[in-house]
Design a protein around this ligand. Structure first.
Ligand SMILES: [Zn+2]
Length: 547
């Protein structure tokens, strides 16, 4: 997703208040049910969903059933399935038997007929209906959007990152577990086209003026990426010859935007070329790549990235970096597509670790520029975005309560990665590290620790204190120095214990590397030298001689 720029200014005061009291936020029983791998979740491994849903624009309702196939990991009899008010589950079947269930807020506890046997495969079918919550501000607030296009045709879309897919369909609503594949059967009014994730298998005309679209996702998919987009779409497409062969690219747009889309979506092959270079092969060749027009800025829906950036460069024609470079690309196409690697192929188990999605998502913008316009463009852009860093609270949020950390996971996260790239001081090694992450954690759910450990190993240095500094602390490390005749004294301050990244400085315009720690160190330089730290490092420097 894109960081919510709009509300930053108006709610700055509120955010500051929140930052102070962040550690005192009281989480509810419902937060824990939603964010914890409860006993009622842990015993079964999700294998497959078949979501069959009928969308009725007349009364803004959904009705359908979800068949959930699973493997039994431990003997247990109660299963947690999530569905949020005002939606409700009407019936749960296991083969021909109707199962009893109890509702606790947004969680349903279903009693299976008998204790399940480890290793067995089983499936239940959950029937549901209701008028789902309407999104007040998609994609930042979840729900359905029942809109109209310029021709007054229905334009119906879902968004649910953060709030959860259980806003509109019953599922195991926790990021740690994903189905290996998913079938979606969506019935809509006859004149409309429905676009979901994966590949379109069939379109069936039904009696009663409805049409059923069947989509199949052949790869693991996270819950919040499952989406419906229903409109008077027109389709065009192309193929892209990428690292893993031929990738089908399909575009669904509103008819009056077709010409603009054909022009603007020439960004897609440029994006794929740059991101495959940095991140490795696009992770869902089997499911294709899609862009689908929606009435909100955009979202990383897996293999059906949704697009609402007005067919113009920048983010809503603005440059996130204020350097001019942000207008050289379509922000939504680059940023949201980058999540196919970081977010969709690699998904964090807990949204507290969401930096893995958004820091790479945000840095992809700079890497795109790096690929097409060179290293200076990359540096200028990522440094330009520092103005938006708040350092209000840590990037990593509290665990097990479905809560994100600071919005700094975007621009501070990107600057952290850019700083790490300087520390590694070998762009090819840095690139192979990112490609290695894509390969090692391909189609997996991960913890920040796994990612941090991998990066330490790949970098060949212990990055524990580096990640603690930028992900778990809000202070910007300060390179403190003092020049006493020809002796340069230096150290890190305002930092976590053990913070010790090497830093590139220039002494009278000659590059030098220093290895500061929190203890003073010295080096001999020419008397009266001018010292500058490399601006690519996201740190501050302080000359103690200047008061
Ligand atoms: Zn994002």
């Amino acid at each position: 997703m894109k960081r919510q720029n709009g509300i930053i200014l108006i709610s700055l005061l509120l955010l500051t208040t929140f930052a102070v009291h962040a550690q005192n936020v009281v989480f509810t029983h419902q937060d824990s049910l939603r964010g914890t791998i409860t006993n009622e979740r842990a015993w079964w491994d999700l294998l497959y969903y078949h979501l069959d849903v009928t969308v009725n624009p007349v009364d803004s309702s959904l009705k359908g059933q979800n068949t959930i196939r699973f493997r039994v990991l431990a003997p247990f009899q109660t299963m947690q399935i999530d569905l949020q008010e005002p939606m409700h589950i009407t019936k749960v079947m296991l083969e021909k038997e109707e199962l009893l269930f109890r509702r606790d807020g947004n969680a349903y506890f279903i009693t299976l007929t008998q204790k399940q046997t480890t290793g067995d495969f089983n499936q239940i079918t959950v029937s549901f209906e209701g008028k789902p919550q309407v999104s007040k501000r998609p994609p930042w607030s979840g729900g359905l959007s029942w809109k109209r296009d310029k021709n007054n045709n229905p334009l119906i879309v879902t968004t649910c990152q953060g709030d959860g897919a259980s806003l509109w369909w019953p599922c195991k609503d926790h990021q740690y577990d994903e189905p290996d594949s998913m079938l979606m059967t969506v019935t809509v009014p006859e004149g409309l086209t429905e676009v979901s994730n994966g590949r379109l298998r069939s379109v069936t005309l039904n009696p009663g003026n409805t049409k059923t679209f069947t989509w199949f996702v052949s790869n693991p998919i996270n819950n919040y990426c499952v989406n419906l987009n229903i409109a008077d779409y027109v389709h065009f497409g192309e193929t892209y010859k990428g690292e893993k062969g031929i990738l089908d690219c399909d575009y669904y747009v509103l008819p009056y935007n077709l010409d603009k889309a054909k022009q603007q979506f020439s960004e897609v092959p440029r994006m794929l070329e740059a991101l495959e270079y940095w991140f490795g092969p696009y992770p869902f060749y089997e499911d294709s790549y899609k862009l689908v027009e929606v009435p909100y800025p955009g979202m990383e829906h897996q293999s059906s990235v949704t697009y609402g950036n007005d067919y113009k460069n920048g983010y809503k024609q603005t440059d996130e970096s204020n350097t001019g470079w942000g207008l050289k690309f379509d922000f939504i196409i680059v940023h949201e597509s980058a999540h196919e690697w970081f977010g969709n192929s690699i998904t964090t188990k807990d949204i507290a670790d969401m930096w893995v999605h958004e820091s790479f998502g945000a840095y992809s913008e700079s890497l795109f520029l790096n690929y097409h316009f060179g290293k200076q463009a990359c540096s200028d852009y990522v440094i330009g975005t520092r103005a938006k860093i708040r350092n209000d609270r840590p990037i990593i949020g509290p665990y097990d309560v479905n809560t994100e950390g600071s919005g700094d996971m975007y621009f501070k996260g990107a600057n952290m990665l850019h700083t790490l790239r300087q520390v590694i001081n070998d762009d090819e090694k840095f690139r192979q590290m990112i490609r290695g992450l894509s390969k090692t954690f391909y189609h997996q759910t991960v913890t920040t620790q796994q990612v941090e450990n991998y990066m330490s190993e790949a970098a060949g240095m212990n990055l524990t204190s580096f990640f603690n500094q930028y992900l778990r602390d809000i202070r910007i490390p300060v390179f403190e120095y003092q020049l006493d005749k020809s002796i340069l004294k230096y150290r890190w301050t305002n930092c976590v214990t053990g913070f010790n990244i090497p830093i590139k400085i220039s002494v009278n315009k000659t590059t030098n590397w220093l290895n500061p720690t929190s203890e003073w160190k010295t080096v001999t330089v020419k008397k009266g030298s001018t010292i500058n730290t490399d601006i690519n490092f996201y740190i501050m420097s302080k000359n103690l001689d200047i008061h």
